[in-house]
Design a protein around this ligand. Structure first.
Ligand code: ADP
Ligand code: MG
Length: 264
């Protein structure tokens, strides 16, 4: 039986798709069978960030409309054989793509995977409901900015009316130097304010934008690599540690790094 986890946030552009792809890779590195399901129908981009956009033959809407079987819509990742992507469609027939039908597709993946990661669209309307309805756990992605915190708070409230048995936070785009200068709210405070457990912290990492725009996920050379591995291990219940985003900015060398970063 797969764990079905939706990545949601309310606000767009906070990193749901980025975290979905990179968490999927991290879990696959830990030998788990993972499928990433893009439920952002119409505005899909999970296929682009995972580099499978040219391999799509069938998508989730084709499965719902009965044009293909579930397995035909799964694309295997080039680097990780136990990672699959179920892409979304550019256009669709609204009448068929209901929350109930999406849930059926997600349930159909149960026997083949350990994890189904659901990439949720922004907003809290119909598309949100379609994505959340198929999940039994949620990771709420938030950035250390007021507008994101407000939206995450709303989403957490809405999630309580769903069948979600477990939820926690992933704080994305954290800058240790700014936190030390007290220019950015720290993650512990975010967790307290939102009254939700912290499952992971992902630092601001320029490699993410560079790598993902060419369809590659982060690797060992990236600052965020360790942070994604820690998030995956926390989700597996193996550890309960989050990335130490201020470490490299502490001490004498850290002070210079901090000062340098402010100059650029
Ligand atoms: N930790 C990060 N560091 C730097 N850039 C990031 C980070 N997380 C996400 N991004 C960038 O932010 C943009 C929006 O991310 P995306 O995952 O598409 O958000 P969402 O799915 O929530 O709309 C992308 O260009 C992505 O590369
Ligand atoms: Mg997205």
């Amino acid at each position: 039986m797969a764990r079905k986890i939706v990545l949601t946030s309310g606000k767009g552009g906070v990193g749901k798709t980025t975290i979905c792809a990179n968490l999927g890779v991290a879990l696959a590195r830990l030998n788990k069978r993972v499928v990433l399901v893009d439920v952002d129908i119409g505005l899909n981009n999970l296929d682009v960030v995972t580099g499978v956009e040219n391999k799509i033959v069938y998508d989730i809407v084709d499965v719902i409309e009965g044009k293909c079987r579930i397995k035909q819509a799964l694309i295997q990742d080039i680097n990780f054989p136990n990672l699959y992507i179920m892409p979304s469609a550019h256009s669709y027939n609204k009448a068929q793509v209901t929350a109930e039908n999406v849930k059926k597709v997600i349930e159909g993946l149960n026997d083949y995977f350990d994890f189904v990661l659901i990439d949720c669209p922004a907003g809290i309307d119909e598309p949100f409901k379609r994505a959340v309805g198929g999940a039994d756990e949620a990771l709420v992605v938030v950035t250390p900015h007021l507008s994101s915190l407000r939206d995450a708070d709303k989403v957490l409230m809405i999630l309580s009316s769903y069948d979600i048995k477990e939820y926690s936070l992933v704080v994305n785009r954290v800058r240790g130097d700014m936190v030390l200068y007290k220019e950015m709210i720290d993650c512990k405070k975010i967790s307290e304010l939102l009254d939700a457990r912290l499952s992971g912290v992902i630092p601001e990492d320029d490699n993410i934008t560079t790598f993902l725009s060419v369809g590659r996920t982060v690797n060992k050379s990236c600052e965020s690599y360790e942070a994604f591995m820690m998030l995956a291990k926390n989700i597996l219940g193996e550890t309960n540690k989050v990335y130490d985003y201020t470490e490299k900015y502490r001490g004498l060398f850290g002070f210079f790094k901090r000062a340098l970063r402010r100059k650029i």
